[in-house]
Design a protein around this ligand. Structure first.
Ligand code: SF4
Length: 413
């Protein structure tokens, strides 16, 4: 029996897909990248951007023929769009066997059992993933004006310390050398009953047997404190990389966005983290063309991009999302103005990324292989290895050159 997973959206969704695949893998399913040979398809949807939601809905529609081609095929639709559209999806696509919203993921194994009632349960047989994703919290207590996550995923709920450790241990035992801790504001995680905060969690996961690297996503600047900086500095497995969304360099726009931090706070937190973790590679997110953004606001974004020293950024044009505060704000910008600013920011980061990659020439890195010859370094840079190895291995390597997008490496004997 084969399972094909289609995931839209962020790494939270990648983690959820992995979690949702497990009950099927434990029933003897194996993963396949070929839709045609799949007996089960899991579509994990996203609603953060309207475009992603439309793509997911149209993909489900196209699965009608796949489902009809062989009796007994199983189609599961999960995630944020399943939460938002729920009943409408069931009515539109009656051939879907199970619709599970993002908030019901805890009930998913029981729901799946009900759908599969009567099928034999066999042992798992899937290859280990190089990175094991572990969700530590769901939802978000913030209310950024452009973001639909809080209304779809609800307020924060934090998973217990022991449960997260158990999941991380299980993934390491299955062969994942890297553990990726995930949450919308991941570093706000805490378990008050156990007296643990996110820095304790990072230290604990980083010292589990078999874990060679720990990352986390997405941290919020507000919760980047001295304790977390110290944990990153003192946990050898903690990757010297941080993806810390900035979104804008203008205090006025940050306030309109309701981000909860200023430009100066962002910069001061990054500076302190760099003092604790020398060689840290910072990456970030920017939204350009937020309602009311002036040329001067945008210049402040460009100057923050320069000042914070980020090596690359996920830059997007603001697009009004129904159900968010920002969609009804006055001062919406013309598409052409947004595109022009986006192009300038992208040009800045293209040059910056080249500079960062060049700076790695001659340095030693650790590459976690995602295929026999490609992977990511501890700084989260793409790397190609001259001597193919087994996917999933963590390889010591020397950087001997670079391309536009990554490093060329050779394994150190
Ligand atoms: S912190 Fe802001 S952008 Fe991030 S999930 Fe919460 S509301 Fe959305």
């Amino acid at each position: 029996m084969k399972l094909h997973a289609i995931t839209f959206g962020c790494q939270m969704n990648e983690a959820d897909s992995e979690e949702m695949a497990l009950p099927l893998l434990l029933r003897g399913y194996q993963t396949t990248s070929e839709l045609s040979e799949a007996d089960a398809v899991l579509v994990n949807t996203c609603t953060v951007r309207e475009h992603a939601e439309h793509r997911a809905v149209s993909r489900i529609g196209r699965l009608r023929a796949w489902k009809a081609a062989r009796p007994g095929r199983l189609l599961i639709v999960a995630g944020c769009a399943a939460e938002r559209l729920g009943e409408a999806l069931r009515r539109k696509f009656p051939f879907v066997d199970l619709v599970v919203g993002a908030r019901s993921i805890e009930d998913y194994p029981a729901l799946l059992d009900a759908v599969l009632e009567g099928r034999p349960v066999t042992a798992a047989g899937a290859a280990p993933a190089p990175s094991g994703y572990v969700t530590v919290m769901r939802g978000c207590n913030y209310a950024c004006a452009y973001c639909i996550v809080p209304s779809v995923r609800g307020r924060e709920s934090h998973l217990p310390f022991e449960r997260i450790l158990r999941q991380a241990r299980e993934r390491a035992e299955r062969g994942s050398r890297e553990i990726f801790l995930l949450g919308q504001t991941v570093n706000s995680w805490k378990d008050s009953a156990a007296g643990k905060d996110f820095s304790d969690l990072l230290r604990a996961v980083g010292t589990l047997p078999g874990v060679g690297r720990v990352r986390f996503m997405s941290p919020h600047p507000v919760f980047l404190d001295e304790r977390l900086s110290a944990a990153m500095a003192e946990t050898p497995a903690a990757a010297p990389h941080l993806h810390l969304p900035a979104q804008s360099g203008s205090d006025r726009i940050l306030q309109e966005m309701r981000r909860g931090h200023t430009r100066a706070q962002y910069l001061s937190k990054v500076r302190r983290l760099r003092e604790a973790v020398p060689g840290l590679h910072l990456t970030t997110d920017f939204i350009v063309g937020f309602p009311g953004e002036t040329e001067e606001d945008f210049r402040q974004t460009l100057s923050l991009a320069e000042e914070c020293g980020a090596g690359s950024a996920y830059c997007s044009k603001f697009s009004p999302r129904e159900g968010t505060l920002a969609a009804s704000l006055e001062g919406q910008l013309e598409e052409a103005a947004k595109e022009e600013r986006l192009a300038r920011l992208l040009a800045f980061f293209e040059a910056r990324q080249r500079e960062v990659l060049e700076g790695f020439r001659g340095r030693r890195v650790q590459v976690l292989l995602e295929t026999p010859d490609t992977g990511r370094t501890e700084h989260n840079l793409c790397a190609r290895l001259a001597e193919p190895r087994r996917a999933g291995e963590l390889v010591e390597a020397l950087v001997c050159g670079c391309t536009r997008l990554g490093l060329k490496c050779s394994a150190v004997p």
